[in-house]
Design a protein around this ligand. Structure first.
Ligand code: GLN
Length: 239
């Protein structure tokens, strides 16, 4: 039985949105908290269930167009995620989940579909699928190392003044404007799979630090670093 002070991680709609191992983001967050002695409680919220408002960190993944449209409609109706982020919860939204957080996104025929309006972004269906490895340099204000990951999406995302670009693309497409992802407050949106937090554990620590506060104890990240270096060397060597 987790204690009341456990860090509550909420994994939204695993039955609709979890492509390319996005559920690994949950495991990485749990593990990096627990290795520092922080107790965690994870809640898997299926799409028929209400989204709890009292979580600390919310995670949502990528998916095909139809489950994405269904997820957007259910999350809009539910309202729990909106209330949670208004209370200061952290959120990592990946690919389809990222697009859903905006005002609108393109459906399977390119039709505009309403998003949640949690992020000041708008997405449309682009002319070509962006698929492959992605490398990007993170906004210096966040102090994170180079991002690495895998993308596969048709969506092109335009950022409004209410968000900042998360990173500048070195390889790959990201938002489609030379940048990848965005952030504001305690919310990060990204096109990266891999899963993103296994490829970029510093991003997991950013989410943890936002909720736990203070300085997080350093961890032995040798194995993460080997994976990162292998991916970065391979992708950048490919020219
Ligand atoms: N269906 C969306 C797109 O193609 C998101 C894809 C994904 O989540 N991998 O843009």
């Amino acid at each position: 039985m987790p204690s009341d002070s456990a860090l509550r991680i909420v994994w939204i709609y695993p039955d609709l949105l979890s492509t390319y191992g996005d559920q690994g983001n949950v495991l990485v967050l749990e593990q990096r908290a627990q290795r520092r002695g922080i107790e965690t409680e994870t809640i898997h919220v299926r799409s028929a269930d209400p989204v709890p408002e009292t979580g600390d960190i919310y995670l949502i993944g990528g998916g095909e167009d139809r489950p994405q449209i269904l997820a957007a409609a259910r999350l809009r109706r539910d309202g729990g995620l909106h209330r949670a982020v208004n209370r200061g919860a952290a959120l990592l939204a990946v690919c389809a989940g990222y697009q859903i957080m905006g005002s609108t996104f393109g459906g399977e025929e390119g039709q505009p579909v309403d998003g949640l309006g949690i992020l000041d972004i708008a997405s449309v269906r682009g002319p070509a699928r962006a698929v492959g490895e992605l490398v990007a340099e993170v906004d210096a204000a966040l102090g994170l190392p180079t991002l690495t990951g895998f993308e596969n999406h048709m969506g092109v995302t335009r950022l409004g003044p209410g968000v900042k670009p998360l990173s500048r693309t070195v390889k790959g497409t990201g938002n489609g404007d030379g940048f990848e992802g965005c952030y504001t407050g305690h919310i990060v949106g990204t096109y990266l799979h891999g899963p993103a937090l296994a490829r970029n554990p510093a991003l997991a620590d950013l989410l943890l630090a936002w909720r736990v506060g203070g300085q997080l104890a350093p961890l032995d990240d040798t194995r993460y670093e080997l994976l990162r270096q292998e991916r970065l060397n391979t992708v950048l060597a490919a020219g």
